[in-house]
Design a protein around this ligand. Structure first.
Ligand SMILES: Cc1cc2nc3c(=O)[nH]c(=O)nc-3n(C[C@H](O)[C@H](O)[C@H](O)COP(=O)(O)OP(=O)(O)OC[C@H]3O[C@@H](n4cnc5c(N)ncnc54)[C@H](O)[C@@H]3O)c2cc1C
Length: 453
């Protein structure tokens, strides 16, 4: 009886954006939500660590979590708070960059698991259905049906009143809208590839202990760098980032250990033989960036999170922006009394400029040349000091604007345009890789070869 009066929303993708949107929609008590996720249920399988990495969340993302009672607290309890970054190097003391407001860091799969547990504990099956191992393969926009392909068994179709593409950077629904609905979408691979790394923060035999409340970084040679984030239980999870065109040439665990000991000696000392062996087997990840001209189709399809605007993780904003999307959309539903024919175009109008600004910031805040990188750290330190002394006259540098101020991405871009232009010019001089759009056929071939993020 209750179900008849509710609008049926099908959400494709149980990542941070899809799950948080389900929380928001269900709390409005006007929707019946069905979520379909291609991967297995993280609560039931012993999830492989291959496809996870630490995510840092600051006020932008946390604000969106906070509006669901108990959610931010549950996520914070499983997180580690970092009050700065320590940049280690071969010679000289490590550089420290402190943060006034601590950053919450959490493993991506753990974040998803908490969002999921909270959702299923709060809402009964009459309001919420979640199916795993089930990929969306087709959409019929006129009939308002989607076709799902389970990992085992026959494909099946289901109807929807509203459809949400929360299926990440490789979104199938977005691809269908590009083919059939004139959605304009530019897709690029960032020049970097990455592999997850899992270490202990401690090596008692060597008397080594990395600080538990700092993100630990290291810039190596040849565009290689590491970013390691403390996790509960003395773990240190992170990534090795390297030029995608470079072959690391590592085929034995001994070679892996030597590679880390030579290039990132501190992290090399924390790497066990088991981790060296696992590292070899882990897939190389590539990051696809997405720039769309709209985030909706008609009065019934919404694109959200990475499906709408995936960006490079260089400034740690993708998830923050995806969670913020949900909050913005819910505000619009409230404003338009759940009339999606008004809320959807309003979402595009409000969010597309911010998403385009975020892409620009993610592509060009952090420089790739050594000389500009030195300038970057000088500006970071200097602007922090000058802003403290002359807060009205000197604005903080781009990272501090992003992390500490309540500004939209468009506002941050506008205040940082000089620096972004400088980095962009240096990137254009050094390489054209960053602006290489990927054609559909090439992208499909690439997708077959690479492991999806
Ligand atoms: C190395 C790395 C580090 C990062 N660090 C940060 C950080 O510090 N801070 C930050 O804010 N962001 C960070 N990000 C970005 C962040 O991970 C993403 O922006 C965020 O996960 C986006 O959430 P989402 O729900 O939109 O998409 P996703 O997390 O990609 O979830 C999409 C879901 O949809 C499912 N799916 C895909 N296709 C289908 C289909 N056809 N049918 C059904 N299901 C489907 C997928 O299996 C997946 O579970 C990082 C990313 C990377 C790669």
């Amino acid at each position: 009886m209750l179900q008849i009066m509710l609008q049926k929303v099908v959400i494709v993708g149980a990542g941070p954006a899809g799950l948080l949107l389900a929380h928001y929609l269900l709390s409005r008590r006007k929707y019946h939500v069905e979520i379909y996720e291609r991967r297995a249920d993280l609560r039931l399988v012993n999830a492989s660590q291959d496809r996870t990495f630490p995510i840092s969340l600051q006020e932008r993302g946390r604000k969106a979590l906070r509006e669901i009672p108990g959610l931010e607290e549950a996520i914070a309890a499983a997180s580690v708070f970092c009050n700065g970054t320590k940049l280690h190097r071969k010679r000289g003391k490590a550089r420290k960059f402190s943060r006034a407001a601590p950053i919450l860091t959490i493993d991506r799969n753990r974040l998803v698991m908490i969002l999921l547990q909270h959702l299923t504990q709060t809402y009964p099956a009459e309001q919420l259905i979640i199916k795993f191992d089930c990929a969306c393969v087709q959409v019929d926009r006129k009939a308002k049906t989607v076709t799902m392909q389970p990992a085992q068994g026959e494909a099946f179709s289901l109807s929807y009143d509203r459809l949400v593409a929360a299926d990440g950077a490789q979104s199938q629904i977005r691809d269908i809208l590009v083919q059939n609905a004139g959605l304009q979408c530019e897709q690029n691979h960032v020049p970097d590839a990455y592999k997850s790394v899992f270490l202990s923060r401690l090596n008692p035999a060597l008397g080594l202990e990395l600080e538990p409340d700092k993100i630990h970084g290291w810039n190596g040679d040849n565009q290689t760098r590491m970013l390691m984030v403390p996790q509960p239980g003395d773990r240190l999870n992170g990534v090795l980032i390297f030029d995608a065109e470079r072959n690391l040439n590592l085929s034995t665990k001994e070679e892996v250990l030597t590679f880390f000991q030579e290039n990132f000696p501190l992290f090399g000392q924390l790497m066990s033989e088991e981790e060296a062996e696992d590292f070899l087997k882990r897939p190389v990840g590539r990051v696809l960036t997405i720039r769309c001209d709209r985030f909706h189709d008609g009065d019934s399809v919404l694109l959200i999170g990475d499906a709408a605007h995936a960006v490079s993780p260089s400034i740690g904003q993708g998830c923050n922006a995806s969670l913020e999307d949900v909050r913005v959309f819910e505000r619009l539903l409230e404003q338009h009394e759940d009339d999606w024919s008004l809320a959807l175009p309003a979402f595009t109008q409000q969010r597309v400029p911010d998403a385009h600004a975020l892409k620009e910031l993610s592509d060009y805040s952090f420089p790739r040349t050594k000389a500009l990188r030195i300038e970057f750290f000088l500006r970071l330190t200097l602007k922090k000091l000058l802003h403290r002394w002359f807060p009205q006259r000197v604005k903080p540098f781009v990272f501090d604007l992003l992390l500490d101020q309540d500004l939209s991405y468009s506002q941050v871009l506008s205040l940082s345009q000089d620096w972004i232009n400088k980095v962009k010019r240096s990137a254009a001089g050094g390489s054209t890789k960053q602006s290489n759009s990927i054609s559909r056929s090439k992208r499909n071939r690439t997708r077959e070869k690479l492991n999806e993020v």
